[in-house]
Design a binder for this molecule. Structure first.
Ligand code: TMP
Length: 207
């Protein structure tokens, strides 16, 4: 491997991203790599506020929410203690459960996606993922998984919304296909099969 990679995992709610981030991180650690597994919204101060908004305990306009996700992301990249640029500089392979494509897809359903992309340009200039992996799960399947696993659902977790979000992901991938490396993985299969497909796509970068 020539340099330590920054890998972003994306997908609609209930797509199994978090499990796949954990499995990939374990695999790379076992192979001797230093790995920093992380997520957005973060658990920093802005991320915590966002979690309260997602739970419905704090109300905010969609444009404000998009702005808060941007601020959370800038902190995620730039924080002097735990920021991604710092971790990459120290030789960690970084795997993030969500990054800016989440903003394009989730906020792009409520406002002009180009505005969201333009707002995130600084993030893309600071730190573009080496690869974005999209775990593609039918919204019906992800809604079943969400309902089976939890008592309450979050702000964006309805079938209609997740159907729109999936469509917006595809639209954003198409719009940015010349700037970004995107790999789509069939998500409607077992956890092990998804992990296998992800590894098939990435293993050549870790030789
Ligand atoms: P999670 O379920 O993966 O923890 O993500 C929390 C929610 O945050 C999920 O519904 C997607 C949403 N989200 C946005 O709306 N915009 C963003 O930029 C990010 C990173 C997440």
């Amino acid at each position: 491997m020539t340099k330590n990679l920054f890998i972003a995992l994306e997908g609609i709610d209930g797509s199994g991203k978090s499990t796949q981030v954990r499995l990939l991180a374990e695999k790379l650690r076992d192979a001797g790599y230093k790995v920093h597994a992380t997520f957005e919204p973060t658990n920093g101060m802005i991320g915590s506020l966002l979690r309260n908004i997602l739970k419905g305990s704090v109300k905010a306009d969609e444009r404000t929410i998009a702005g808060l996700f941007l601020a959370d992301r800038l902190d995620h990249i730039l924080n002097e203690e735990y920021g991604l640029l710092k971790m990459l500089g120290e030789g960690y392979t970084v795997i993030s459960d969500r990054y800016y494509f989440s903003s394009y897809a989730y906020h792009g359903t409520h406002m002009d996606m180009d505005w969201v992309i333009a707002c995130n340009k600084m993030c893309a200039d600071l730190l573009r993922p080496d690869v974005t992996i999209f775990i593609d799960v039918p919204p019906e399947v992800s809604m079943q998984r969400i309902s089976a696993g939890r008592q309450s659902t979050e702000l964006y977790e309805t079938l209609d919304n997740l159907t729109n979000v999936r469509a917006k992901y595809l639209e954003a991938f198409d719009k940015l296909k010349d700037q970004e490396k995107i790999i789509t993985i069939e998500g409607n299969q077992s956890i092990e099969a998804i992990a296998g497909d992800i590894w098939d796509q990435l293993s050549s970068s870790f030789k």
